[in-house]
Ligand binder design. Structure first.
Ligand SMILES: Nc1ncnc2c1ncn2[C@@H]1O[C@H](COP(=O)(O)OP(=O)(O)O)[C@@H](O)[C@H]1O
Ligand SMILES: [Mg+2]
Length: 323
């Protein structure tokens, strides 16, 4: 997949965070990666589940073998099974030659079942057997094929809820989720947002070929106050648009186009700060944010550090920088 190219060699240790929830996810991922234990990744759409799956494979002893990714959404029953298990020539109309399925291709490597909640019950039964015994048959054949694939799966849906509705097999959940990893939403890791904004601005500016020197504090505040239902994918889009449409080297508030429905209403009764707009660098925007949260918590250092998702010593350093 083209979109993964940039991350094709990414390992778990390349992923960093200041958020406790994300750090927990990464440390669990690091421990499970070298084993063959099936990993189940849950989290909202756009949080980085697919990227984490690739990083787990790259951090495993299977890294020199293939990482086979399969997205189950929006696919007919026959097509889905044919993709997963392969088919023989003539197995169905249009099956003009023998084709290997993803399970077979992932032999000795990793098989990533993305959007796993969207698979039919019949496919689930076959997947269960394939995972449990490493055995399956191609469509149109009785011959048993074996494969040793490490299973990584992901969904943004609640599988246990689907199991209650009998849309997902409970035994398959148990099989797939040797270890469950929760990738937090962007709202749950706001401490990472300033650095991510800075990164995205740099990357998008480089890709689009534009010189962007800074982010206006109002633009920064607008980004920080957003609820980010689309998470990192939405952040990427919003920053890309801002970089593309700004007429200056500064990203201004009006360049930040957010989906109105999901915007928090800002409380205009709060004290209004007048910024020194001569310094619009990303670093000073970060410092201003630290200051604002510090004031918001009535100068409670532990609350501020927790809200920002940074350690006390990092916070102390930032506060010193501001003096
Ligand atoms: N740690 C990260 N830092 C920066 N960008 C990321 C990170 N994780 C994911 N992304 C980007 O966010 C977008 C969504 O990631 P993806 O793994 O496809 O999410 P999901 O599978 O949860 O929907 C992708 O464009 C990806 O490149
Ligand atoms: Mg995904």
């Amino acid at each position: 997949m083209a979109k993964l190219n940039k991350y094709i060699n990414l390992e778990i240790e390349d992923l960093t965070s200041k958020s406790d929830l994300m750090l927990k996810c990464l440390s669990r991922a690091e421990k499970v990666a070298p084993t063959d234990i099936p990993v189940f990744i849950k989290g909202e759409t756009g949080t980085g589940k697919t990227l984490l799956a690739q990083a787990i494979h790259n951090s495993s002893k299977r890294k020199s073998q293939d990482f086979i990714s399969f997205n189950a959404s929006a696919m007919s029953e026959t097509l889905l099974e044919s993709h997963l298990f392969g088919h023989e020539k003539g197995a169905f109309t249009g099956a003009v030659s023998q084709v290997k399925g993803k399970f077979e291709l992932a032999d000795n490597g990793s098989l990533f079942l993305d959007e796993v909640a969207d698979m039919s019950l019949s496919a689930q039964a076959k997947i269960l057997r394939a995972i449990e015994y490493g055995e399956f048959t191609r469509l149109g054949s009785e011959k048993i094929i074996t494969s040793d694939a490490r299973i990584i799966s992901a969904t943004h849906k609640d599988l246990f809820h689907l199991a209650e509705e009998e849309k997902f097999r409970e035994d398959l959940i148990q099989r797939m989720s040797g270890v469950t990893l929760y990738v937090p939403s962007l709202r749950e890791r706001l401490g990472d947002l300033p650095a991510m904004i800075a990164n995205e601005v740099r990357n998008c500016a480089a890709t689009i070929g534009k010189q962007i020197t800074s982010l206006h504090p109002d633009a920064f505040d607008k980004l920080m106050a957003h609820t980010w239902p689309g998470n990192l994918r939405e952040l990427h889009r919003v920053i890309q648009v801002a970089v593309l449409f700004t007429d200056t080297e500064v990203i201004r508030e009006e360049d930040v186009e957010l989906d109105q429905k999901t915007q928090k209403t800002t409380n205009t009764d709060e004290h209004v700060e007048v910024f020194d707009t001569s310094d619009l660098t990303l670093d000073s925007a970060i410092l201003r944010h630290v200051k604002r949260v510090f004031e918001f918590t009535n100068k409670n250092k532990s609350k501020t550090a927790k809200t920002l998702g940074v350690s006390r010593s990092t916070l102390d350093r930032k506060l010193e920088e501001m003096e």
